[in-house]
Design a protein around this ligand. Structure first.
Ligand SMILES: Nc1ncnc2c1ncn2[C@@H]1O[C@H](COP(=O)(O)OP(=O)(O)O)[C@@H](O)[C@H]1O
Ligand SMILES: [Mg+2]
Length: 338
C-alpha cells in the first residue's frame, strides 16, 4: 500500500492557474474523491499525481519517495500506478484476456502465471469467464471493468480514476459503484477518484477533497462535509439544500423573527444551510409560499419562498400546487462559516 503526499503543489497553463498551492496527505489504502465543478483543476491534479504533468512548484511523493519536486521527476511508467479514464482506452482488436494481460507482456512471466493473474483480476471486477470475449461485444460497464482489471493485474498499489462513470447510464453507474467499492476492498489499493458528481463522492469515498478554482475548499469524511460544510461553495455544491439569510444574537439564531435550532458558530448576520429533510410542515411555523414541486419517488421536493425573503427546499409528503401557503418548522440547520 502506498500513501500519496502532495506539498504546495501548483500548476499554471499560460495565465490560467489550474492547481494552486495544494497540500494533501492521502493515507495508504484510502479512497479519496476529488470533487468539484468542471474546470476546478481535478484532472490536472490527477495528472500531476500520475506524472503526465510536471508541477511549476511543490512536490509529489509516494510513501515518502519523491516522484516530482526539486530532486527531479519520475516518469509515469515508473510510478507503479493504474489509471482509468472516461474513455476506456482498450485495444478493440484484442480479446478481454489480451487487454488485461497487456501490462504484463515483456516481463518474462510464464504463460500460466499470466493466465492466473488475468483470471484473478477479472474475478475482482466480476468478469470471470470473459477471457475470450471480444472487447467490441462488451457493454460500457463491462469495458470499464476490463480497464479496471488491467490496472489490477500488475498489482498496482495506486489507482487513479478520472470521471469513470460519466459515460454510463444510471443503472450501470449504480452497479459500477459496487465494483469500485469491491476493487478497493479486495486490492487494498490507494484510490483517487475524480468526479463532479457529489452523490458519487458521498457514496464511494472515505474522504472527499472539495476543489474550486484550483484550491482545496474542504477535506474530510463524506458525513463531515455534508453536515458541516466549511464555506458557501461547499454548502452549495455538496448535498441538497438551500442557504438563507439569518441573524444570531446571544446564541439564538433566527430566520426573520423565528428561532431556529442551528449548529455552528456566528453572531450578527449570517448564512444558514437548511437541508430538505430538516423541514416539516406545522402550523405557526415560518410562513412561506410554494413555488414548485418535483416528485422524486420518496417525496415531493418542494421549493418555497419565505415570506421574509429567501428560498428553502423541503421534502414534503404531498404535492402542493404553486401558490399554496405553507407553515414550516426547521429542526436542524448549519451556520455556514463566512
Ligand atoms: N493542457 C492545458 N492547457 C491549457 N489549459 C489547461 C490545460 N489543462 C487544463 N487547463 C485549464 O486548467 C483548468 C483546470 O482544468 P482541469 O484540471 O481539466 O479541470 P477539471 O478536470 O476539474 O474539469 C481549466 O481552466 C482548464 O481550462
Ligand atoms: Mg476533468
Amino acid at each position: 500500500m502506498t500513501a500519496i503526499s502532495l506539498h504546495n503543489l501548483s500548476k499554471t497553463f499560460g495565465t490560467a492557474t489550474a492547481v494552486s498551492d495544494i497540500c494533501l496527505d492521502l493515507p495508504s489504502g484510502s479512497f479519496t474523491a476529488l470533487l468539484g465543478p468542471s474546470g476546478c483543476g481535478k484532472t490536472t491534479l490527477l495528472r500531476l499525481i500520475a506524472g503526465f504533468e510536471h508541477p511549476d512548484n511543490g512536490s509529489v511523493s509516494f510513501d515518502g519517495v519523491s516522484m516530482a519536486g526539486p530532486g527531479g521527476i519520475v516518469p509515469p511508467e515508473k510510478r507503479q500506478l493504474g489509471i482509468v479514464f472516461q474513455s476506456y482506452a482498450l485495444w478493440p482488436h484484442m480479446n478481454v484476456a489480451a487487454n488485461v494481460a497487456y501490462p504484463l507482456q515483456g516481463k518474462g512471466l510464464r504463460r500460466d502465471d499470466i493466465e492466473r493473474r488475468v483470471a484473478e483480476a477479472l474475478d475482482v471486477v466480476s468478469l470471470d469467464g470473459y477471457q475470450d470475449r471480444s472487447v467490441d461485444a462488451l457493454s460500457g460497464g463491462q469495458r470499464q471493468r476490463v480497464a479496471l482489471a488491467r490496472c489490477l493485474v500488475t498489482g498496482t498499489r495506486i489507482i487513479l480514476l478520472d470521471e469513470p462513470l460519466a459515460n454510463l447510464d444510471v443503472h450501470l453507474r449504480a452497479s459500477m459503484l459496487d465494483v469500485f467499492a469491491d476493487v478497493h476492498q479486495r486490492s487494498g489499493a490507494t484510490i483517487v477518484f475524480v468526479t463532479h458528481d457529489q452523490s458519487e463522492a458521498l457514496v464511494l469515498a472515505d474522504r472527499i477533497v472539495v476543489l474550486d478554482q484550483g484550491k482545496v475548499q474542504q477535506m474530510g469524511a463524506p458525513e463531515h462535509i455534508y453536515a458541516e460544510p466549511a464555506n458557501a461553495m461547499v454548502a452549495g455544491f455538496v448535498g441538497r439544500g438551500m442557504v438563507v439569510d439569518a441573524t444570531a444574537s446571544s446564541g439564538i439564531v433566527r430566520i426573520g423573527d423565528r428561532a431556529v435550532p442551528a449548529r455552528g458558530a456566528g453572531e450578527g448576520r449570517l448564512k444558514l444551510l437548511v437541508r430538505p429533510q430538516a423541514i416539516q410542515r406545522s402550523e405557526g411555523g415560518l410562513a412561506a409560499t410554494v413555488l414548485r414541486a418535483r416528485y422524486t419517488g420518496a417525496s415531493f421536493e418542494t421549493t418555497v419562498e419565505l415570506a421574509g425573503g429567501g428560498h428553502l427546499l423541503a421534502d414534503l409528503r404531498e404535492r402542493l400546487p404553486a401558490g399554496t401557503p405553507v407553515d414550516l418548522t426547521i429542526d436542524d440547520a448549519w451556520i455556514v462559516p463566512a
